[in-house]
Design a protein around this ligand. Structure first.
Ligand code: PRP
Ligand code: URA
Length: 208
């Protein structure tokens, strides 16, 4: 299932990311802010319960502290996924974070896994995070690697995608809900999303 998270604040901030003149600092800030806003949609169906912990309000009333039923694990795909993690973690401070190292070969566009570490948490909701969903190769490889380790409840949170990437993930993993802020037009001959925002990792980390 695909959800396009529509919000006027996201649209305004997305243009900051799309603008080739945006500097790395402003790029990182806008990316993190969009990730925070998207979190409202990605996590809106989480169940909560009244825990045994008691909080007291300034009026003296006592209440059971509300907690999330499921543990949340964030799984950013290195490098660019890192740019969205703090935005999500600001909304869910109790989330634990793993890392999945995957890069796409510039010629073949095929994904290569070089690192994998997720926290040891029982039956969590794992949210794979990456700003770009292009061919879908990296996201599909990340989800396959997560499933191989026995995790079953997985969502994919990206920023900009194209139909080709959405189709690739949906075909491989129909049970994984995909969230995007924008569905762009097409991939160019180098596998870049158009209009897109360029190379997300390079723009976040200023590597080019
Ligand atoms: C980018 C992006 C995704 C991937 C998307 O990473 O962050 O992980 O490409 O493309 P795909 O859908 O065709 O697989 P890249 O491989 O450039 O690595 P980097 O973040 O280390 O720069
Ligand atoms: N990876 C990126 O960083 N940008 C794209 O447009 C496609 C893949």
């Amino acid at each position: 299932m695909l959800t396009i998270v529509k919000h006027p604040l996201i649209e305004v901030k997305l243009d900051i990311l799309r603008d080739e003149n945006t500097k790395s600092k402003e790029f990182r800030e806008a990316l993190e802010e969009i990730a925070s806003i998207m979190s409202y949609e990605v996590f809106k169906d989480l169940e909560v319960y009244d825990s045994d912990e008691i909080i007291t309000t300034p009026t003296g009333a006592a209440l059971h502290k509300t907690k999330l039923k499921k543990k949340i694990v964030l799984a950013p795909i290195l490098r660019a996924g890192i740019g969205m993690v703090d935005g999500v973690r600001n909304m869910i401070p109790t989330a634990r974070t793993g890392h999945i190292g995957i890069f796409r070969d510039e010629k073949t566009l095929l994904p290569h896994e070089y690192y994998f570490k997720l926290p040891e948490v029982k039956d969590p909701l794992v949210v794979v995070i990456d700003p770009m969903l292009a061919t879908g190769g990296s996201a599909t490889a990340a989800i396959a690697a997560i499933k191989k380790r026995g995790f079953t409840d997985i969502r994919l949170m990206c920023l900009v995608g194209v139909q080709e990437g959405v189709d690739a993930v949906e075909k491989a993993f129909p049970d994984v809900h995909i969230y995007l802020a924008a569905l762009d037009d097409h991939l160019n001959k180098n596998g870049y999303i158009v209009p897109g925002l360029g190379d997300a990792g390079d723009r976040i980390f200023g590597t080019k």
